[in-house]
Design a protein around this ligand. Structure first.
Ligand SMILES: *[C@@H]1O[C@H](CO)[C@@H](O)[C@H](O)[C@H]1NC(C)=O
Ligand SMILES: *[C@@H]1O[C@H](CO)[C@@H](O)[C@H](O)[C@H]1NC(C)=O
Ligand SMILES: *[C@@H]1O[C@H](CO)[C@@H](O)[C@H](O)[C@H]1NC(C)=O
Ligand SMILES: *[C@@H]1O[C@H](CO)[C@@H](O)[C@H](O)[C@H]1NC(C)=O
Ligand SMILES: *[C@@H]1O[C@H](CO)[C@@H](O)[C@H](O)[C@H]1NC(C)=O
Ligand SMILES: *[C@@H]1O[C@H](CO)[C@@H](O)[C@H](O)[C@H]1NC(C)=O
Ligand SMILES: *[C@@H]1O[C@H](CO)[C@@H](O)[C@H](O)[C@H]1NC(C)=O
Ligand SMILES: *[C@@H]1O[C@H](CO)[C@@H](O)[C@H](O)[C@H]1NC(C)=O
Ligand SMILES: *[C@@H]1O[C@H](CO)[C@@H](O)[C@H](O)[C@H]1NC(C)=O
Ligand SMILES: *[C@@H]1O[C@H](CO)[C@@H](O)[C@H](O)[C@H]1NC(C)=O
Length: 504
């Protein structure tokens, strides 16, 4: 059953009296009721705001004052939300399909790793949120960054509009604020560097407001707004510039302490990103005002989240994501909407692969008809509409990116590495390929990770006693626990659909 606005449920005809005037009045009342009842039978609208690289662990949500007031305080804030893979293209592919990377097979940000590739377009892209919501008669709208390779020649050019979208305003390539190209319903639209005409976050806001004014009110709508990236503000945490000496190979390479030039680089990134976050905050305010004006606010779910977290100097890594640590895998998640009580802080662990099933659940679709690995969290935030139980553990998986040749600006480095900046510290490597099981419940908060590298490296953290992941306890922990975690990992790495939700 769909998550509906409270029905009017009147049975006016039973009271129809003999007097014509009374009958007319009642008829009018009945007609009004029919209109209202028809409206309330309409499933709720859904808006997804997806930022790029916004962390939650290092204070990345601090500048989002309006978003917190208008979404979080008006609904639920999930304090244990995770991406199942900390890199844009694989993470976004997981959001759209509700699947772990081993099931959508988008491995990295390159075309050869299936980022917006033709195999993706023929396969997983035909089974995404807008496709299913379209079947539920939703009108769908997208604006902003889609997948990193989207719109490039080899990826079908701007003419390729993914299945399921009625209105499509998508950025070609990776996040940019100015001087970019959009695909507007399959037609190329070039933008320059005028703040008034081109600033991408504002353009996304403007077009979304127009969509809300012009859409057909008899249909529910799904709107996805995907502004370009804010980086996280730099905050000195216990792992800032801490050497990762008991960690996997890549984490043992950075210079420690970090050179001043690296620290300056971080500071600069921090300063530059504030404005971008503030524009996203304004976007939320304008949207909520508009929804209120068109009387749809009470019938709309608004989700606010990010594709992955971010780090700035943690374990002496300058800036990036791609690691298994909390700062990279935790994401912000706030939701407001029908049936969600205000000011809730929810502990249940939820994943980005749960967004699709949650939205389809809201639309009234029977989830047993779709092949998704995630599970609806509507029950967590709105128990009056659904009941369900939290998952005890889950999988995080990542395939490292590298280059077959050494980075030309750092000739001393060997092949197999990537993202070597600044000061030749590399953020990624082919062998930064890992899979982790995370338990997160009242009894245990443990992370167990296996690397596909020449050392078959294992990292284990007890997040209860060591929330900053400073000590790898692999050599200390009870071997029975290691064995149980390894078994869960093996099972999850090949799970599909419902078997991803069976726990032992
Ligand atoms: C949520 O909590 C804040 C801070 O305590 C309070 O100001 C606000 O009125 C609450 N909002 C709702 C909708 O209850
Ligand atoms: C890309 O995805 C297709 C299925 O859509 C899969 O057959 C192929 O193996 C994937 N490629 C990689 C490199 O994982
Ligand atoms: C955009 O491109 C123009 C022309 O190449 C250039 O002058 C301008 O500086 C660029 N703007 C930004 C913000 O990069
Ligand atoms: C967005 O709309 C506002 C108000 O109409 C306008 O001032 C602004 O220039 C527009 N920005 C973009 C990027 O379209
Ligand atoms: C790096 O910065 C610190 C603190 O600002 C300063 O004390 C130190 O001299 C600088 N080192 C170099 C090599 O510039
Ligand atoms: C969903 O579909 C399954 C399988 O067809 C069926 O067993 C189940 O009762 C349905 N659930 C609802 C709520 O209709
Ligand atoms: C879910 O459980 C709660 C508490 O037991 C109950 O109040 C609520 O009505 C249930 N909701 C549904 C949809 O069954
Ligand atoms: C992306 O994945 C593909 C397939 O595994 C691989 O061939 C390619 O080298 C990867 N790209 C990078 C930059 O690592
Ligand atoms: C990881 O890859 C790098 C670059 O190819 C190589 O130098 C290093 O030995 C590898 N380390 C492990 C543990 O596999
Ligand atoms: C994790 O730390 C907590 C708190 O110190 C402790 O009670 C628990 O036994 C530890 N778990 C493991 C597996 O070491």
């Amino acid at each position: 059953m769909a998550a509906l606005r409270s029905g009017c449920g009147t049975t006016a005809h039973r009271h129809a009296g003999p007097h014509a005037a009374v009958t007319l009045t009642l008829l009018a009342a009945l007609l009004t009721c029919c209109v209202r009842c028809a409206q309330s039978a309409k499933p709720s609208n859904i808006i997804l705001i997806l930022t790029d690289d916004q962390d939650v662990t290092l204070g990345g949500m601090t500048p989002m004052k309006k978003a917190k007031a208008l979404i979080g305080d008006a609904g639920a804030t999930f304090v244990n939300a995770f991406t199942v893979t900390p890199l844009c293209c694989p993470s976004r592919s997981s959001i759209f399909t509700g699947r772990y990377p081993h099931n959508h097979e988008v491995r990295n940000n390159s075309l050869t790793g299936n980022c917006s590739s033709s195999l993706w377009q023929k396969g997983p892209e035909t089974q995404t949120i807008p496709v299913y919501l379209g079947k539920q008669h939703y009108e769908t709208f997208f604006a902003g960054k889609y997948l990193n390779q989207y719109g490039k020649k080899e990826a079908g050019d701007v003419g390729h509009v993914p299945l399921g979208w009625d209105q499509w305003h998508s950025l070609v390539g990776n996040s940019q604020y100015y001087n970019y190209t959009l695909s507007v319903n399959g037609k190329e639209e070039k933008h320059g560097d005028s703040y008034e005409k081109d600033y991408l976050t504002d353009l996304i806001t403007n077009r979304s407001l127009h969509f809300l004014e012009d859409r057909s009110p008899q249909h529910p709508f799904f709107m996805m707004l995907s502004p370009p990236a804010p980086h996280s503000p730099w905050t000195a945490a216990p792992h800032f510039d801490k050497p990762g000496k008991d960690k996997h190979w890549l984490l043992r390479q950075p210079v420690n302490p970090m050179p001043n030039s690296s620290v300056e680089f971080l500071d600069n990134a921090y300063r530059k990103r504030w404005q971008t976050l503030l524009s996203v905050d304004d976007m939320v305010e304008k949207l909520v005002k508009k929804l209120d004006n068109i009387k749809e606010l009470d019938n709309t779910y608004i989700f606010y989240t990010s594709d992955n977290g971010y780090h700035t100097g943690q374990f002496s890594l300058p800036i990036d994501k791609r690691q298994l640590y909390e700062f990279d895998i935790r994401i912000p998640l706030m939701v407001r909407g029908p049936g969600i009580k205000p000011n809730q802080t929810l502990q249940a662990p939820v994943l980005n692969i749960d967004l699709a099933p949650t939205m389809l659940d809201i639309s009234g679709l029977n989830l047993s008809a779709v092949n998704m690995d995630g599970q609806s969290f509507l029950s967590q935030m709105a128990p009056s509409l659904r009941n369900g139980t939290a998952r005890p553990y889950f999988l995080i998986e990542y395939t490292g990116e590298g280059h077959p040749t050494p980075d030309p600006s750092c000739p001393k480095l060997g092949p197999g590495l990537s993202q070597c900046f600044p000061d030749c510290v590399c953020e990624d490597a082919y062998n930064n390929t890992y899979a982790c099981v995370r338990t997160l419940n009242k009894e245990q908060n443990l992370q167990y990770c296996e690397f596909a590298d020449s050392e078959s490296f294992v990292e284990v953290y007890n997040l209860t006693s060591d929330p900053d992941q400073l000590e790898n306890i692999f050599k200390k922990v009870d071997p029975q626990i290691l064995q149980a975690m390894n078994q869960r990992l093996i099972k999850l790495q090949s799970c599909v659909g419902s078997s991803c939700r069976e726990y032992k």
